[in-house]
Ligand binder design. Structure first.
Ligand code: GAP
Length: 452
């Protein structure tokens, strides 16, 4: 499915809208509509289940987006979280120099060059500007990706604070608090779901690359020496999680990093096969004790763990497994969408894993005039159990189509039999098969099917 079609599908059915649309939109911002926010919340719940609820020694935090300025000095973001940018002197287009080289050579050679070599490579090879086609660029300038804002009333440099560019630091600065309050023993994990902000200038590919996005991050604190085993474990755990959500194995691959971030000893992405190519949806990083050691140095507060068995004190290593929520949702939408040819018709259907579907059930009175009272009664009963919607507009066929298109796994039709014998017809979204059952059986039937 083409990206443009997906953007229109998401808009028409209330999944995702352009941010600030009535003002012409703000580039690389997107608002989740009624169905998109349900889907997103269900992915969060699934993540919480697998990463917090079902694991031993796993704790969730909800740290503030705004953190002390020193956090970002200690983490290395103030000095090195930047993109190498160049401006075209002819048309003023701003591009990332490394991406320009990578796209031109169809390789990752741009990732291996420093600032001087990047611009030399571009000039020597006369790489053209993607907008005007000329080769007349400025030198490379490093552009920090963090969004700045100001604390208090004056806009002076002393009051600068940053919107967090990753969640992870909220987990690191609370390492001691969590460890002490939960009496946690290593290895233990701190997870967090929340927004992150980056001043990205590269094109977005819908919600794939945005300036405001959500991450589900997971940091496992461990002893040096056990780190590589835990790192490999989380690579596989992440892949299994994506497959449980419904992504097909053949659309997933590992990408081990050759060029490592300033904090990493080993790093690997899980990539999904989007229509525009393979794109990172998760990262697993062995961050060693880089973060905690730096926070210890900058804050002057010891970040040590005391092993009560050996009486040994050490600064733990951290294995990070991070999941892009918006990218996961986008991958799930591409995976689930099908334009299915039927005998005399086509239908759009979203084969979402039932647990993730925005609505679990749609209640449909067969004939509005005769069956609405009973249908409303059943709707009132079901909505207390799970997200239920109600549709009495248009023919039953059209109502099935809409229900399929938004991924509702079960449509329940209320007809004369419901009124006379207390039975309903349940239609399965994927197979379109229908089964009859008594009203009393519906809740346990659906609950069984929507488990995760
Ligand atoms: N704490 C480590 C960290 O932030 P990252 O690889 O920069 O690592 C983690 O980001 C995940 O966040 C990525 O795998 C991706 O899914 C998501 N992500 C990163 N930048 C994004 C952006 N501009 N828009 C949407 N998602 C993004």
């Amino acid at each position: 499915m083409e990206m443009e079609k997906m953007v229109n599908f998401c808009k028409n059915y209330g999944f995702i809208f352009q941010g600030s649309e009535i003002y012409g939109g703000l580039a690389n911002t997107w608002d989740y509509g009624p169905l998109g926010s349900r889907l997103k919340n269900n992915v969060k719940d699934a993540w919480r289940k697998r990463f917090i609820q079902e694991r031993k020694n796993a704790y969730e935090v909800d740290a503030d987006i705004l953190m002390h300025k020193k956090v970002w000095e200690a983490s290395g973001h103030v000095s090195s979280f930047s993109d190498p940018l160049i401006d075209c002197k002819e048309c003023k287009m701003r591009v990332r120099a490394d991406n320009l080289v990578n796209d031109f050579t169809n390789s990752s050679v741009g990732d291996t060059l420093n600032e001087k070599d990047l611009i030399k490579y571009i000039r020597d090879n006369k790489i053209p500007c993607p907008k005007c086609g000329k080769t007349n660029f400025t030198d490379v300038r490093q552009f920090n990706l963090m969004f700045e804002t100001y604390r208090g009333v004056t806009n002076d440099s002393k009051s600068v604070i940053y919107l967090r560019p990753e969640n992870a630091q909220g987990e690191y600065v609370n390492f001691l608090n969590v460890q002490r309050s939960m009496r946690a023993k290593i290895p233990f994990s701190i997870g967090q779901i929340g927004k992150a902000f980056r001043n990205e200038i590269t094109p977005g590919n819908f919600t794939f690359r945005t300036i405001e996005f959500e991450q589900m991050e997971y940091q496992t604190f461990c002893k040096e020496g056990t780190d590589s085993e835990i790192y490999n474990y989380f690579k596989e755990y992440g892949k299994k999680f994506f497959m449980d959500l419904g992504l097909k194995e053949e659309h997933l691959r590992f990408h081990d990093h050759e060029k490592l971030a300033h904090y990493a000893k080993e790093a690997c992405d899980i990539e999904y096969k989007f229509p525009f190519g393979w794109g990172e949806i998760n990262g697993t990083h062995n961050r060693t004790n880089f973060d905690l050691s730096n926070h210890q140095e900058y804050s002057k507060v010891k970040q040590e763990y005391l092993d009560s068995d050996t009486n040994e004190k050490f600064v733990p290593y951290v294995i990070e497994s991070t999941y892009g929520l918006d990218r996961t949702v986008l991958a799930l939408l591409f995976e689930a969408y099908e334009e299915q040819k039927l005998e005399n018709d086509t239908r759009e259907v979203l084969h979402l894993t039932p647990y993730l579907a925005p609505y679990k059930v749609c209640v449909l009175p067969l004939i509005k005039k005769y069956h609405s009272d009973k249908a409303n009664e059943i709707f009132e009963m079901l909505k207390k159990e799970f997200m239920t919607t109600y549709d009495d507009t248009g023919s039953i066929g059209k109502r099935y189509r809409r229900s399929d298109a938004i991924g509702t796994p079960y449509a329940i039709t209320i007809d004369d039999d419901t009124i006379n014998n207390g039975t309903v017809t349940i239609r399965d979204r994927d197979t379109m098969e229908q089964v009859k059952m008594s009203i009393d059986e519906v809740i346990s039937y659906v609950n069984e099917k929507i488990k995760f």
